[in-house]
Design a binder for this molecule. Structure first.
Ligand SMILES: NC(=O)N[C@@H](CC(=O)O)C(=O)O
Ligand SMILES: [Zn+2]
Ligand SMILES: [Zn+2]
Length: 428
């Protein structure tokens, strides 16, 4: 049976404004998108969803998330993580392999895919580790992992410290036509620090994480990407220096793409109110100058996409304090309202700019069929109430992780219905 989504506001890129449309879904595909001006279609025998007054977008895509399964189900699992994603308007998410065991074998890839088919409510694309157990010592079996369904290789959570190891990984990935996705961090420059080098560290007498710890890997890896020809994708870019290096690499024609997180676009170390570990993530909140640089990087296309780096942890873990708590904050259920409120409602970006970075651009970077609202595309859609204002309340999160620095923020633009493969998977 077909489903009509009626009278939705759809972003019209050529006109740079919203247009009223009816969208017909047939099975798991979008069948037609028609102007609503000519009245209602024949609804007899069809389901319909009234989207009047709401934005209808291609479902959001998040290419960097932590679902914690297997092994850390007390933080999150595939069921709760995909529900949280759906509530945030995400219909496709790519999960990181820093689980227990690490996703470094075909069996663990298949476990993720099978468990998603069983309990997941959005599409889950698994990354596999670059090195066994993410220890940086021995490459995983890239060909077998690709065959099992891995979409790329990453040791997210840690940087690959050895340049030869990274070069070998890139050469292998390149031979298989797969991307390498890098968490950029030189351990020798970090050593136990929890926050960035900057005002907050100084005022609190803390050792800081320097910008170079990230940018040194970005620079090294760009050179290795040039040498191997691989598609190299930089995780959670947070520094001015990294943006500068990626911009230059793109100018030269090196195959590099990059992502940025909402928190690095919105918060600096100077916003951290106390030693509360809900403000601790990796990379850390950087200086206001870095925040400006990543905003400009996204605006000029140096940074391609927005990802959440959804990184749930338990309340007990976060209660250990700034120095001892694990790095990471939850992201799914605040990402769109944060960016809409801070950048679109203020007139800095068009709505189309934001939507593209969360739909079409991730699909382009990773070669996905999703991310477009047009006939013939997958019927993955997000309906958003752009008018709604609501406070961030972690107790309402579907994620097990309540670790967010945005508690109490009054935000505008909340997803209300999420559709995957033509079916409503979440609706408030
Ligand atoms: N981003 C974080 O602060 N934490 C991530 C690891 C990571 O993305 O590097 C985690 O797994 O908790
Ligand atoms: Zn990381
Ligand atoms: Zn991550």
């Amino acid at each position: 049976m077909a489903t009509w989504i009626l009278n939705g506001n759809v972003w019209n890129e050529s006109e740079g404004k919203l247009s009223l449309k009816h969208i017909r879904l047939e099975g798991s595909m979008i069948e037609t998108v028609i102007d609503a001006g000519s009245g209602l279609p024949e609804l007899e025998g069809h389901e319909s969803i009234d989207a009047a007054g709401k934005l209808v977008s291609a479902g959001f895509i998040d290419m960097h998330v932590h679902l914690r399964e297997p092994g850390f189900e007390y933080k999150e699992d595939i069921a709760s993580g995909t529900q949280s994603a759906a509530k945030g308007g995400f219909t496709t998410i790519a999960c990181m392999p820093n689980t227990r065991p690490v996703i470094d074998t075909p069996e663990t890839i298949r476990y993720i895919l099978d468990k998603t088919a069983e309990v997941g409510i959005v599409k889950v694309l698994p990354y596999a580790a670059i090195t066994k157990n993410e220890l940086g010592r021995e490459l995983t079996d890239f060909a077998a992992l690709k065959e099992a369904g891995a979409i790329g290789f990453t040791d997210d959570g840690v940087g690959v410290q050895n340049a030869q190891m990274m070069k070998n990984a890139m050469a292998m990935a390149q031979s298989l036509g797969m991307p390498v996705i890098a968490h950029c961090e030189d351990d020798s420059l970090v050593e136990g620090a929890a926050v960035t080098e900057g005002k907050f560290a100084k005022e609190n007498g803390l050792k800081g994480i320097p910008n170079e710890s990230e940018a040194i890997h970005v620079g090294r890896d760009i050179l290795l990407a040039e040498a191997t020809g691989v598609h190299y994708h930089v995780c959670h870019v947070s520094t001015e220096q990294s943006v500068r290096l990626i911009r230059l690499a793109k100018q030269i024609g090196i195959k590099v793409t990059a992502e940025v997180c909402p928190h690095h676009l919105i918060l600096s170390d100077e916003d951290i109110p106390s030693m509360d570990a809900n403000w601790k993530m990796n990379p850390p909140l950087r200086t206001p100058r870095d925040v400006q640089a990543v905003i400009e990087g996204l605006e000029d296309g140096t940074l391609d996409i927005v990802v959440t780096d959804h990184a749930p942890h338990s309340a007990e873990e976060k209660a250990r304090g700034m120095q001892l708590a694990p790095f990471g904050i939850t992201g799914f259920e605040t990402a769109f309202p944060l960016l809409y409120t801070k950048f679109v409602a203020t007139g800095k970006w068009t709505l189309g700019f934001l939507l593209k970075r969360m739909t079409q651009d991730p699909a382009r970077v990773f070669g996905l069929a999703e991310g477009k609202l047009e006939a013939g595309a997958p019927a993955d859609l997000t309906i958003v109430d752009l008018e709604r204002e609501q406070e961030v309340d972690p107790s309402t999160f579907l994620s097990k992780g309540k670790n967010t620095p945005f508690t109490g923020w009054k935000l505008q633009g909340w997803p209300v219905t999420t559709i995957v493969n033509g079916k409503v998977v979440w609706s408030e």
